[in-house]
Write a protein that binds this ligand. Structure first.
Ligand SMILES: [Zn+2]
Length: 546
């Protein structure tokens, strides 16, 4: 591995440049701040990697050493920023400084445990916790309960339970898996009382949103529309799903199964051991060789591992002695069971990884763009695994188009439903979440009402990052648009396309945080965003209703 050595070279270089004196020319002062910014972010990346349990040390340093370095680099960055005189710099530098400030603020906001003691799920019962502490406590519930659901004489994690809900043939067994979520649901929603931990948290989230805007407001702003427009789109998409599907009522524990024929048919073709190799083949065929890009994987099961799969920067990209060193991404996930659902998720995570690797811009923009765009892009490759042509090529067999589309969009529709749920809860946190969820799922997904069961509480984002689900739900519109436009420009990519990575890097990925979602999508489409591309795809679910 060459990463540790590279990281050290970067840090040493950063230390030299950051020592620039105060009376340096403005461009040099900005460049110094940008280098300090990269050094800081690299320390953040290393600390995140070690804290996640992915390694005991990185680049020859352990957690304590990296944490010290992180603090020192942050001070160096702040000092470098304070030495820049605003009146002396041009517009481009002003944008660069604003982007760096945004990145640093977002990092602080993301970290629900920053400056607060480690929270346990039991802490969620306390009435004296502030907003971030309560969220941290609720996220702990997903670790404490979600990683240990009691089922079939043993324990399974939440992701495995969701995967099994697609494939377990016996309805009683599916109900048992569903019921295994009980302790987690109770931890969040109590007995449905008005001051349950979740309802206290969502009230604080709504207060926070009134002051700072919610994630949903941010997503709307990112594409230049109002939050009410977002709600209209979400409802439109859910209505299209309802109209494309049979009218029979579905029990909530049967929803994934009923729409999961493709998962079951493909189950034996996707053992856990095949997930990574299939990903590697697909991405190689897209011109994005994961090994060549140096993506670091942490896929082994581990107690107390993050309940959520994610990808992140491990090392930021930078030019060293006129040679470009691309960013290095890491991917964390746990996939003991294999299957189509897990495959889709790992292709999504690798979508983030190749996005990271493609960013090639000045240091100030060496970060993710808007979350909405980021999540939507990761689904551009992951939706391909539901295309019969993809399955034939990479699994050696294919399921019928309508069944496969339903397997994909059933999960998308749950994300859309959660987006609408959060939008309505944040608008009126006094509502009963069970009632809001029951209304949405009954109306559009034809799910039998169970208003006594808080089965909305399956996603950790609902507790840790309220409003976040819209990045998936609304993101589906962007994904459908990006997939359609890409195929129109360079041809189909469901069975690989060597132009894919270079073309998308040039169009969308290389800019890092420099361009917002609205600009990226406008440049790609040449028009404002619309729901039509997604609505077209949802129709494919009804091509034949078996
Ligand atoms: Zn993602």
């Amino acid at each position: 591995m060459q990463i540790p050595g590279r990281a050290l070279v970067f840090l040493a270089l950063g230390a030299v440049l950051s020592a620039a004196p105060a009376d340096t020319p403005p461009q040099v002062a900005v460049a110094t701040a940008e280098t300090a910014f990269l050094d800081y972010l690299d320390a953040v990346g290393a600390v995140g990697f070690i804290e996640s349990g992915g390694a005991k040390s990185f680049g020859g340093r352990d957690l304590a050493a990296w944490t010290m370095r992180l603090d020192a680099q942050r001070k160096r960055f702040d000092a470098a920023m304070s030495r820049i005189e605003p009146g002396t710099i041009d517009d481009a530098d002003r944008d660069a400084l604003a982007a760096m400030r945004r990145s640093v603020t977002d990092l602080a906001a993301d970290d629900t445990t920053a400056g607060v003691p480690i929270r346990t799920c039991a802490d969620a019962q306390r009435r004296d916790l502030d907003y971030s502490s309560l969220r941290a406590a609720l996220v702990s519930c997903y670790v404490e309960h979600g990683n240990r659901l009691r089922y079939d004489g043993g324990t399974i994690d939440r992701g495995t339970a969701l995967q099994l809900l697609h494939v377990v043939d016996d309805s009683v067994g599916r109900k048992a898996i569903f019921d295994a979520f009980g302790p987690l649901w109770t931890a969040l929603n109590g007995r449905g009382e008005a001051d349950s931990p979740y309802r206290r948290m969502i009230a604080m989230a709504a207060d926070d949103a009134r002051e700072n805007g919610s994630q949903i407001d941010a997503a709307a702003r990112a594409i230049g529309v109002q939050t009410t427009d977002v709600e209209h789109w979400l409802v439109q998409v859910l209505t299209a799903w309802r109209d494309a599907n049979p009218a029979d009522p579905i029990e909530p524990w049967d929803f994934r199964y009923r729409n999961g024929a493709a998962n079951r048919e493909l189950q034996v073709r996707i053992p856990a051991a095949a997930l990574l190799p299939v990903n590697q083949r697909f991405y190689r065929d897209l011109g994005a060789d994961l090994a060549q890009l140096g993506v670091v994987f942490d896929l082994a099961p581990r107690r107390d591992k993050s309940p959520l799969a994610y990808s992140d920067f491990l090392v930021r990209g930078r030019t060293v002695q006129e040679k470009w060193h691309r960013p290095i991404a890491r991917v964390l996930g746990t996939y003991p069971a294999g299957g189509l659902f897990s495959l889709n998720e790992l292709v999504h995570e690798n979508g983030h990884a190749v996005h990271v690797s493609a960013i090639r811009t000045r240091p100030a923009f060496m970060d993710w763009p808007d979350t909405l765009f980021t999540e939507a892009f990761a689904d551009v490759p992951s939706w391909s695994v539901h295309e019969p042509a993809w399955q034939q090529q990479y699994l050696g067999t294919a399921v019928a188009e309508a069944a496969s589309m339903r397997a994909l969009f059933a999960n998308v529709m749950l994300d859309v439903a959660w987006s609408l749920f959060e939008l309505r809860m944040l608008r009126d946190p006094a509502l009963d979440p069970n009632a809001v969820w029951t209304d949405i799922t009954h109306e559009y997904l034809r799910v039998v009402p169970h208003p006594e069961v808080p089965w909305w509480a399956m996603r950790v984002q609902l507790a840790g990052n309220p409003g976040y689900m819209v990045n998936y739900g609304l993101g589906a519109l962007l994904t459908a648009e990006m997939r359609a436009r890409t195929a129109a420009e360079i041809g189909s990519f469901d069975t690989g396309n060597p132009r894919w990575y270079a073309w998308l890097s040039g169009q969308l990925l290389q800019y890092g945080s420099q361009r917002d979602t609205q600009q990226l999508m406008q440049d790609l489409l040449g028009r404002p965003l619309s729901a039509d591309a997604l609505l077209e795809q949802v129709k494919r679910c009804g091509a034949q209703n078996p």
